[in-house]
Design a protein around this ligand. Structure first.
Ligand SMILES: [Zn+2]
Length: 328
C-alpha cells in the first residue's frame, strides 16, 4: 500500500484531515482523526456510498491503521455525510460511537420510515409545497435512507463537557442550528475547532425545522451557537466542507449578516400579501431552483418565519388546508 495519499493531510502533530467523496454538489466531506498509540479516534465518517470506505482505508493505511484500529467515533450531527458509515466501522472495529442526546434521538427515529415520511409530507403540504415536487422529494428521501448505515449511539455527549482521550483534551460545544443537537469539538491547547457544518468557509449551512421538536427555533439557536464560537481563540477552524481557515470571527459575522438580510427579504415578501411558506420562498430565493433546492429553500424560509412571528411582525392564518402568513 502506498504511503502517500492526497486525501489525508496533517493539520497538527498526529492530527489528520481526511477528505472523502460525496456524490452531491459539495463533492467531498472532511473527517478528522488523531492517534492514540497505534489506534485511531475519528470525528465524523462520510456517507455510506460507493468509494467512501476504500478512500478512508487508503488514508488510514498511510498511518499503518485499518478500519479495525478505530476505537472511538465522535459525531458532530446526524446528517448522512457525517455519520453514514459509523455503523459499518463499528461493526468491524467495535468502536464506541459518541453523539449528542438530540442526535441520538434523531438516529433512532430514522429507523421509523413511515413516521418520517408522514410527518414530512404533512409539513410540506401544509406549507404549500407543490404535490408533484413533494412526490419526487419523498422518493429522493427513500433513496437517501440507505446512505446512513443503521447504528446505535453508545455514549451521549453533554454540552460543555471536556473529554480527555489519547493525550488530547477537547470541549464539546453544543451548536444547534444547522441540525438540532449539532456539536463542535474544540481543542483549546492547539486552538483547533472542528466545526462540522456549523461554520463553513464558503456557504452558509442550510437551516431547517425539527419536525419532532416544535419548541426548537433553528435560526435563534443557530445565531446563539455562532456567538458561542465566535470569539474562541482558534489557530485553525476545520470545517466538514471546504478548506480549513483562520478568521473565525469574520466568518461568523458574515453568516449573521446573511441571515439578517434573508429575514428582511422574508418580511418584505409577506408585506406584499398573504402567502404560504412555499410562495415566500419563491420570492426570497429567486434563482431557478432544482426540486431539492426548493425543499431546502422552503425549510430555510420557514425558520425565518418562526423568528418573525416571535418578533410579532407577522402572523399565521389558516387558508384552505394551508398555513399562510400575513404582516402585522
Ligand atoms: Zn449537515
Amino acid at each position: 500500500m502506498s504511503k502517500n495519499d492526497r486525501h489525508i493531510r496533517e493539520i497538527s502533530r498526529g492530527f489528520y484531515m481526511i477528505d472523502l467523496p460525496m456524490p452531491f454538489r459539495l463533492g467531498h466531506v472532511n473527517v478528522f482523526l488523531y492517534l492514540r498509540e497505534k489506534r485511531g479516534i475519528l470525528f465524523d465518517t462520510g456517507l455510506n456510498v460507493h468509494g467512501v470506505m476504500p478512500q478512508l482505508e487508503r488514508a488510514l493505511a498511510t498511518l499503518d491503521l485499518t478500519i479495525e484500529s478505530i476505537d472511538d467515533i465522535f459525531l458532530t450531527h446526524f446528517h448522512a455525510d457525517h455519520c453514514g458509515i459509523a455503523g459499518l466501522i463499528k461493526k468491524r472495529s467495535g468502536a464506541t460511537i459518541h453523539m449528542s442526546e438530540k442526535g441520538k434521538r434523531h438516529i433512532e427515529r430514522m429507523g421509523k420510515a413511515t413516521l418520517m415520511v408522514e410527518t414530512m409530507t404533512n409539513f410540506l403540504s401544509r406549507h404549500g409545497f407543490p404535490s408533484k415536487t413533494l412526490d419526487s422529494i419523498m422518493r429522493l428521501f427513500s433513496h437517501f435512507r440507505n446512505v446512513t448505515a443503521p447504528f446505535e449511539v453508545d455514549e451521549i455527549l453533554e454540552a460543555g463537557e471536556v473529554r480527555s482521550i489519547g493525550g488530547r483534551t477537547f470541549e464539546v460545544i453544543s451548536t444547534p442550528g444547522h441540525a438540532n443537537g449539532h456539536d463542535c469539538f474544540y481543542f483549546a491547547d492547539e486552538g483547533i475547532l472542528l466545526s462540522g457544518d456549523h461554520v463553513l468557509p464558503h456557504i452558509t449551512p442550510n437551516l431547517g425545522p425539527d419536525l419532532f421538536d416544535p419548541d426548537y427555533r433553528p435560526l435563534d439557536s443557530f445565531l446563539g451557537s455562532l456567538d458561542r464560537v465566535r470569539d474562541l481563540p482558534v489557530t485553525i477552524v476545520c470545517p466538514a466542507h471546504g478548506a480549513p481557515f483562520t478568521d473565525l470571527t469574520a466568518r461568523v459575522d458574515e453568516i449573521k449578516d446573511h441571515h439578517r438580510e434573508r429575514k428582511a427579504l422574508v418580511l418584505e415578501s409577506v408585506r406584499t400579501g398573504a402567502k404560504t411558506t412555499y410562495e415566500i420562498s419563491l420570492d426570497v430565493f429567486v434563482d431557478d431552483l432544482s426540486e431539492f433546492d426548493k425543499f431546502l429553500a422552503l425549510n430555510e424560509t420557514y425558520v425565518h418565519i418562526i423568528e418573525l412571528i416571535e418578533e410579532g411582525k407577522i402572523g399565521e392564518e389558516e387558508e384552505e388546508g394551508h398555513v399562510v402568513y400575513v404582516a402585522r
